[in-house]
Design a protein around this ligand. Structure first.
Ligand SMILES: C[S@@+](CC[C@H](N)C(=O)[O-])C[C@H]1O[C@@H](n2cnc3c(N)ncnc32)[C@H](O)[C@@H]1O
Length: 240
């Protein structure tokens, strides 16, 4: 059986035991091994922004596993309040420095060892901790979520926990989720291959799910992985 992007459904099983540790992610940032970072921003967020916002202003928008995603500034400049979470302090400091945003640093009483980096303007709040340390009691709920490079980076064995957490942080409105699909027999991830069925399995109990589009996301750098196609698939999730 194939999913909508043409990848064999069984391919998902090939990666189910893969684990990337927090230390390995930190090292990627230390060594600037961050091919996932998109310097131009992501075309699908621009294209589907109206769906995410649905005419509302002053939203609270969540970027899980945010890295130094440039759209955090873009959305803050539109008047929204952006909240991100990322384990790498380097990533968050690079974000503020590269975007020329002065910031402050504080501790979070509810999460020992975590830090909160806040733009001086107050409309960007980035938590430096594991996403699994967050709860709606700490962050409140979000009016919109942009998940690109997040679910696909979560270890397969932690996906259910991640989906449950994301659903618990959502307000009624929507989450845009970008997954990727490629021949998982050729690359072990991350990003991990996520099938349509997997999105349904993870979020189907919480959300109505609509696949919006799949685009060709194959880039020169992917050739090193031994694959010859990569689709990016965008879904809209609406809390039931
Ligand atoms: C594939 S990158 C994507 C970053 C960003 N979303 C983007 O699109 O550029 C995944 C990010 O998740 C971070 N990360 C991994 N595990 C995490 C966790 N448990 N909690 C918070 N951040 C995590 C990594 O440091 C890395 O920056």
């Amino acid at each position: 059986m194939e999913d909508s992007s043409g990848a064999p459904e069984n391919d998902a099983k090939l990666q189910e035991d893969q684990v990337v540790t927090e230390e390995e992610w930190l090292q990627k940032w230390q060594k600037n091994n961050i091919g996932f970072h998109n310097k131009q921003g992501h075309p699908l967020l621009r294209k589907y922004l109206d769906l995410l916002l649905s005419g509302r202003s002053g939203l609270k928008i969540f970027f899980p596993l945010c890295g130094k995603t440039i759209e955090m500034k873009w959305l803050a400049d539109m008047g929204h309040h952006v909240v991100g979470v990322e384990i790498s302090e380097n990533a968050l400091k690079e974000f503020f420095t590269e975007q020329n945003l002065p910031f402050s640093e504080e501790t979070i009483p509810e999460i020992p060892g975590a830090k909160l980096f806040k733009s001086t303007s107050g409309n960007i709040s980035l938590y430096c901790c594991s996403i699994y340390d967050l709860t709606s009691a700490v962050t409140g709920k979000f009016d919109g979520i942009w998940d690109r490079g997040a679910l696909v980076a979560v270890n397969p064995c932690e996906r259910e926990r991640y989906a449950h957490l994301i659903a618990s942080l959502m307000n009624k409105k929507c989450c845009l989720l970008v997954t990727c699909s490629y021949d998982a027999s050729k690359h072990k991830g991350p990003p991990f291959y996520i099938s349509d069925c997997e999105v349904q399995r993870l979020f189907g109990n919480y959300c109505d799910i609509k696949c919006l589009e799949k685009i060709d996301g194959f880039l020169e750098r992917h050739k090193k992985w031994g694959i010859d196609y990569l689709w990016e698939v965008i879904y809209m999730l609406m809390l039931k």
